[in-house]
Design a protein around this ligand. Structure first.
Ligand code: A3P
Length: 293
């Protein structure tokens, strides 16, 4: 089947979606998680690939080094709800994984996650990124990825972001929903992109302790080096250069990898309007983000 370009957004259980993430819905909802599965959950462009690569190296960097040169990250860590027609659907890729644990990626808001992940009490790593940088990164991603809706100009895109009319719905509901789930699901590690940029080594230590891994200091240092932005950008197995719908001439997948790039995009007026709206939308939550480090 052909890949449709610039698919339209539609409402799906109250969340804006495109068909690539709903076509396989029955299999997604009935997906059978295993107790040792690790779910990597994020709002798009929050650092999913970075954390996926970190977990892959922590678990398989030493035991299966051939993975690092032969399998792109999206095959090692299947994207659960994806059904792009040019690859097998995420559920099928996950079912076929022979590794243990299985690392599985999702962008679903918490209320849409298949229930077996909760029934099996799986570990979850959630990565969140401040709204302004997240919006900027999403804008450039939509510009270069033909399988995403047309982004329009930055001003319109930003308004849509504030209105929550983005694929996978509002950023605000996403980060808050997962933050709340952390209060009841103790096996959820809520990680911030900004903390990873500030001190990747410290965040690796925290991750290992959450995962119950006794990775040596030497190995952790190796992982830290391998997942540095410049190294991932060069790494064809991690940089998405093998995906045909992405035009890196417009914007590369590994674009900047910084905190605070929003300052190069938001006008003062846009920033003030965004902050005012943000306060209202985030008034009932305790989750705190940093827009600079
Ligand atoms: P930018 O567009 O701001 O550069 P996702 O993997 O969720 O799609 O997120 C992509 C964003 O994470 C991009 O942000 C990308 O550059 C950034 N990223 C990926 N690997 C990174 C790394 N090793 N260090 C810092 N940022 C990284």
């Amino acid at each position: 089947m052909e890949l449709s370009t610039r698919p339209p957004l539609f409402d799906f259980h109250g969340v804006s979606m495109i068909h690539y993430f709903t076509d396989n819905w029955e299999n997604i909802q009935n997906f059978q998680a295993r107790p040792d599965d690790i779910l990597i959950a994020t709002y798009p462009k929050a650092g999913t690939t970075w954390v996926s690569y970190i977990l892959d190296l922590l678990y398989f960097g030493q035991t299966a080094p051939e993975r690092q040169t032969s399998l792109p990250i999206y095959e090692r860590v299947p994207f659960l709800e994806s059904d792009f027609h040019i690859l097998p659907p995420g559920t099928e890729l996950a079912d076929k994984l022979s590794t243990s644990p299985r690392l599985i990626k999702t962008h679903l808001p918490v209320q849409l996650v298949p229930k077996s992940f909760w029934e099996q009490n799986c570990r979850v790593v959630y990565v969140a990124r401040n709204a302004k940088d997240n919006a900027v990164s999403y804008f450039h991603f939509d510009r270069m990825n033909q399988a995403q809706p047309e982004p329009g100009d930055w001003n319109n895109f930003l308004q849509r972001f504030m209105d929550g009319k983005m694929v996978f719905g509002p950023w605000y509901d996403h980060v808050n929903g997962w933050w709340e789930r952390k209060q009841t699901h103790s096996k959820l590690h809520y990680l911030f992109y900004e903390d990873m940029v500030e001190d990747t080594g410290r965040e690796l230590d925290r991750l290992c302790s959450f995962l119950g891994l006794s990775t040596s200091a030497e190995e952790k240092e190796r992982v830290r080096g391998g997942v540095q932005f410049d190294n991932m950008k060069k790494n064809n197995m991690a940089n998405y250069s093998t995906i045909p719908v992405m035009d890196f001439k417009i914007s590369p997948f590994m674009r900047k990898g910084k905190v605070g790039d929003w300052k190069n995009h938001f006008t003062v007026a846009q920033s003030e309007q965004f902050d005012e709206d943000y306060k209202k939308k985030m008034k009932n939550t305790t989750v705190q983000f940093r827009t600079v480090v």
